[in-house]
Ligand binder design. Structure first.
Ligand code: PBG
Length: 336
């Protein structure tokens, strides 16, 4: 690549004019670098055990916590809108120290996955969150040892059972979001052993200890006190995020992810540059809510801001993006 020639001066003005490619909608469309289509988006969905109907989530305007009854309809809408998939999160009625509901075939997440796999499994990819935090009474992503610390290897045994339970329920991609060391290898081995070689693993490889998960913790009624800094990544560590992605590739991840998205676009770019599998990003609850709240105040155009944010995530290297705005944008015809 050669540097642009020094510009002509005088009556003719500049000879090099990047605006030529911006002068009409047709030209801009042809010159566009980044595509954002419904198939690139995955819609996260919350389902609450024992709920009779959908309830709004105060800190996530436009997002609802679903009941088992209200869930299929929104999944059908997601399929009709052409979205790539849905990611299910369960909110159990009862929690305990080991997160028993996560491995119970009648636990809310497994029941919901079974229902959606039957309802929309051919039209979009049904995915489940593979993590214990929604199911434990202490709110951590794993089980605790006698001193109250998250016990990595004891948690892996729970994840192995959870992987098999979710596969049995019909989930096609399992989202490993717990940040335990070795979780991808353990889940892969458990699935293969149980005859689920076709079930894919989405490794939340570079998942940061982020303040942007706040509204999500409302959505799942999290019991967490304290933080997740002994297992989630420090926000300042980019190289470590790449290392986690490389480890997950070695362990057999089918997809690797960076999360949150907007505050970590540099990490996303670095992971995309080295990954040999698809790279996804999660535009998380707080990132969604900031835009939604500002839009509610009339301070920004919410639709345009969501589109711009998602486009930037695609531009930074994400093949697909988890977004709470996915269905709304597709149903409004803003992406097609
Ligand atoms: C863990 C999990 C979390 C999110 C997705 N999976 C919460 C956490 O790590 O505290 C957050 C997603 C969001 O904020 O939108 N099961």
């Amino acid at each position: 690549m050669s540097a642009p020639k020094s510009d002509r001066t005088g009556d003719l003005g500049p000879s090099i004019r990047p605006r030529r490619l911006r002068q009409s909608a047709a030209m801009r469309r042809l010159a566009g670098e980044t595509d954002l289509r419904p198939r690139h988006l995955v819609l996260p969905l919350f389902v609450r055990e024992g709920a009779t109907d959908a309830q709004p989530i105060a800190s996530m305007p436009g997002v609802e916590q679903h009941s088992l009854d209200s869930l299929p309809a929104i999944a059908v809408r997601a399929a009709e809108a052409g979205l790539g998939g849905v990611m299910l999160f369960g909110v159990p009625a009862v929690r305990d120290a080991i997160g028993s509901g996560a491995t119970d075939p009648d636990g809310i997440l497994n029941v919901a996955a079974r229902a959606l796999a039957a309802e929309v499994g051919d039209a979009l990819v049904v995915q489940t969150d593979l993590c214990l935090d929604e199911f434990t009474d202490h709110g951590h992503c794993g089980v605790l040892d006698a001193r109250g610390r998250v016990d990595n290897d004891a948690t892996l045994e729970r994840y192995a059972d959870m992987a098999v339970a979710q596969a049995q329920a019909g989930a096609q991609v399992l989202g490993l979001s717990g940040m335990m060391d070795g979780q991808t290898a353990v889940a892969r081995a458990a699935l293969d052993e149980a005859g689920f070689a076709d079930v894919a693993l989405l490794a939340y490889s570079a998942k940061y200890a982020s303040a942007f998960y706040g509204p999500f913790r409302d959505a799942v009624e999290s019991q967490l006190e304290g933080d997740r800094r002994t297992y989630q990544l420090d926000p300042g560590n980019g190289r470590e995020g790449v290392r986690e992605a490389l480890l997950d590739l070695d362990e057999g991840a089918d997809i690797v992810m960076v999360k949150p998205a907007l505050a970590y676009l540099d990490v996303l770019r670095q992971v995309a540059d080295v990954s040999t599998v698809p790279v996804w990003a999660y535009m998380v609850s707080g990132e969604y809510a900031m835009i939604a709240a500002a839009a509610q105040n009339g301070w920004i155009d919410g639709d345009r801001a969501q589109l711009e944010a998602l486009t930037s995530i695609r531009r930074a290297g994400a093949d697909a993006v988890l977004s709470y705005a996915a269905l709304d944008l597709a149903e409004k015809g803003l992406i097609s």
